[in-house]
Design a protein around this ligand. Sequence first.
Ligand code: HEC
Ligand code: HEC
Ligand code: HEC
Ligand code: HEC
Length: 319
Amino acid sequence: MQQHQGNDCLRCHAPLAEQKALMALERGWPNAPASPPPSWVPPELHRQGLVCAACHVRRHERFGPKARVAPPEGTRLPHGGFTEEAAFSDSRFCSPCHQFAPDGRQVNGKLLENTYAEWRASRHAREGRQCQSCHMPDRRHLWRGIHDRDMVRTALHRELSVTRVDAGRIRVTAVLANRDAGHYLPTYVVPKLFVNLVLRGPGTRMLVGQHVVGRTLDVGLEREMADTRLAPDGRKEISFEIAAGPGKWEAILATEVAPGEHYERMFADMRQRNPGLDEATRALLDEALAKAVGARYYLEEVRVAVPESPGAASRAVAN
Ligand code: HEC
Ligand code: HEC
Ligand code: HEC
Ligand code: HEC
């Protein structure tokens, strides 16, 4: 990338001026400073991404949330103490990097990043639950999201019910709901959740239904193919009749989470479109692709034994 394009990414990924300077020097960009930053700046700082100072230091002064307990009078605090700033405990603290401005990039009339606005319009904002409440519980710097199985499984309500219509047919109903994500589930265009409905019976196992939860764009981020994300407290019901004769049948709802689905397609496309790439770049792309694919995981299955007498129903719920 050229410097102006690169700086646009660094704004969120490595925002300190010192990081930009080191990056410009390494890349030989035109606006690189004449000399490297002072000796207290680690020479690898630009490779560390979002570091403590990006959120906690301005003009060599430390900032942080209101102290939980005021230190006793006269205590000597590390680095001379810090300045309390209420902003740290507010959702707006996160929005510069997780919300595009109204004139930011849009596809199909919708911003590519709209997390703060989604949250603002939700029950969670009305109830005073900030981004930090879910992503930094007890002020721990966890930032767990779509890559974390526990976060996703508790946020996604899944329900499966089966009714026997007659001796030869059953009705299968699956319900998916965003129970506890403070924004769309998922909020970005990158992740996808693949929900598969499987029917297992005497000697067979077949895929009878499939639903994708996510906002799917083409790799060039120009066209929206689908937007089936679940709004906060939103739900999606899928119901259909299917043949299932006598014998023991089981309906199974299997959910695969692909946290980097968009990148999987994007990296593969870049690789294919640029046969002349140098060895190092190709290796990096392959590594990134393998990492994105490797981040996929499954949630626990929801299983229901199909009832044998007509009119009877059974149901199972996860969350
Ligand atoms: C407005 C802030 C912002 C800007 C500008 C930005 N990003 Fe990001 N980027 C993010 C956030 C937030 C995530 C995490 C999203 C997620 O996990 O769903 C992310 C994730 C990524 C990832 C995936 C990282 C991983 O390990 O999965 C890559 C790669 C990436 N960005 C590259 C870029 C590039 C290249 C640019 C410049 C063209 C850029 N970003 C500009 C905020 C930004
Ligand atoms: C993305 C921004 C961000 C980064 C990066 C970050 N912090 Fe924080 N930090 C916060 C926010 C926001 C809070 C307050 C959370 C709250 O009020 O719920 C906080 C709180 C704190 C607190 C107060 C904890 C308490 O119990 O009162 C300390 C200490 C702290 N951070 C140190 C660090 C250190 C050290 C690093 C690097 C290893 C770091 N932070 C990286 C955003 C950040
Ligand atoms: C300076 C920009 C910046 C700020 C401020 C910031 N983030 Fe992020 N955040 C990022 C970037 C960049 C990533 C992606 C890092 C990567 O994947 O390499 C990220 C990743 C995340 C993820 C992980 C997403 C995933 O893939 O699962 C969560 C959750 C998150 N941020 C929440 C928050 C919250 C909550 C706050 C406010 C307390 C906050 N962020 C403040 C830039 C920022
Ligand atoms: C009520 C709890 C809750 C609140 C409030 C909340 N989140 Fe999340 N967030 C989640 C859960 C659960 C997930 C995992 C499921 C998902 O990806 O939507 C998540 C996922 C994410 C991700 C991962 C990427 C993605 O595509 O989903 C990011 C980034 C994020 N949240 C940022 C934020 C920001 C910024 C705010 C505040 C504006 C916020 N969250 C408020 C619960 C919450």
